[in-house]
Design a binder for this molecule. Structure first.
Ligand code: CP3
Length: 371
């Protein structure tokens, strides 16, 4: 058992005892369709939310973000609260996802990182050597007081709507840190993974601790589920995932297991990895649109929920086509029984999407799945 796991049972400031009944604030969302589905309990309708539901597809987002750089906006609790709530108000989704970014904890420990519009995270001084690794110090809750504050504000405001906290998984974070920015082929990352396995293992292990600490801050402040984004892990073959990535991701899931909040694991192009991603410790596995949910259910195995998996591009088609494709997703999910499915897109909302199409989709999923 890792050190982090042993630390987990400290009593959080909210008064919740990890693994036992949720505290009063988290309790308000306890019976929501989203959390019930995560626990495989009967639901009145299939819950739905969208990755990247907060953001550039919403005019009200563009308005409040005007003139404020992305990472700075993540450090202003009132603004984070407003941006997180915008899609909940507009679309009536079944869960809020905390407005932040996977590189926020890296920024908080002093890594030179910025988010460039239209590009993504860019690292001033990439991590490539054992010496560089020393810059990745552990994350302490005091490094991110604005996260604790924003989550607290949100949980009070959201009431019975659950708040999903999140973090980047070790592989995806490592890919940004080693490449220095977004990358198509992850060549430097893989060169380290294959050519300097000890350095690689040390890197992803440090990232696992940072990610665990970042998730714990959100859970202790009241988040009622967490999602680990391993967006780019689909670039790996299963054996390499098992050997070089899975131990670090497992460490993260173990570190937060004691809180008893559902843990979701998501990546893109992960058809061949779904079983292993579930084994890493997820309660719910996110699926992109390349694998139908009934097939994903077989790969993931019994006892795990599934989240997904409408192709985001479908939202650009006329309403009737969107509904046909959404119904296909709901039908495929029936392989799971009556519960255990959370409707989502196979990846995030695209900035050019029509927000009204998303609102219509939420209403359709609720109606078509009502039981
Ligand atoms: O609504 C939500 O989902 C919550 C907010 C959220 C953001 N980033 C806000 C954001 C979440 C969950 C993330 C996670 C994230 N960030 C991931 C994993 C999810 C995924 O999409 O695979 C990744 C890979 C990142 C890194 C990152 N940050 C990218 C690739 C970009 C886009 C760059 C661009 O301009 O196209 C960002 C910036 C970012 N993060 C934006 C938002 C709303 C856009 C910034 C802006 O509005 O200028």
């Amino acid at each position: 058992m890792s050190e982090t796991t042993a630390d987990t049972p400290a009593v959080p400031p909210t008064g919740a005892t990890p693994g036992q009944q949720p505290d009063a604030r988290r309790g308000a969302a306890y019976d929501s369709a989203f959390l019930r589905a995560c626990r495989h309990e009967p639901v009145p309708h299939t819950p739905v939310w969208f990755m990247r539901q907060a953001g550039r597809s919403l005019p009200e987002y563009l308005k409040v973000r005007e003139g404020i750089p992305m990472l700075e906006s993540c450090m202003r609790p009132e603004l984070v609260k407003e941006i997180t709530l915008q899609p909940v108000r507009r679309h009536e989704v079944d869960a809020a996802i905390f407005f932040s970014d996977i590189v926020v904890p890296l920024k908080a420990i002093g890594i030179d990182v910025d988010i460039k519009p239209g590009i993504g995270p860019v690292i001033g001084d990439p991590i490539r050597t054992a010496e560089d690794l020393k810059r990745l110090r552990p994350l302490e809750p005091d490094d991110v007081p604005y996260i604790t504050e924003a989550v607290g504000l949100l949980v009070d405001e959201l009431g019975s709507t659950p708040l999903i906290g999140f973090a980047g998984a070790p592989y995806t974070l490592a890919s940004y840190l080693v490449e220095g920015g977004p990358s198509k082929n992850h060549e430097n990352t893989k060169a380290m993974m294959y050519g300097a396995p000890e350095l690689w293992a040390a890197l992803v292990d440090r990232l696992a601790d940072i990610t665990s600490a970042f998730l714990k801050v959100q859970i202790e402040a009241g988040a009622s589920a967490v999602q680990l984004f391993d967006s780019w892990v689909g670039s790996l073959a299963p054996d390499d995932y098992r050997r070089s990535v899975m131990p670090a991701s497992t460490k993260v899931f173990d570190a937060v297991a004691g809180y008893g909040v559902p843990r979701i694991h998501f990546g893109v192009g992960t058809g061949e990895l779904l079983g292993l991603m579930g084994q890493a410790g997820a309660d719910v596995v996110g699926v992109d649109w390349r694998v139908p949910l009934n097939v994903a259910a077989e790969r993931v195995g019994p006892g795990k929920g599934l989240q997904g998996n409408l192709d985001p591009a479908v939202l650009f088609a006329p309403t009737r086509a969107v509904e046909t494709k959404a119904r296909e997703v709901l039908h495929a999910a029936q392989a799971l029984g009556t519960s255990g499915h959370i409707f989502n897109l196979g990846h995030g909302v695209l900035p050019s999407m029509d927000p009204d199409a998303l609102s219509r989709l939420v209403a359709f999923v609720h109606e078509a799945s009502a039981r």
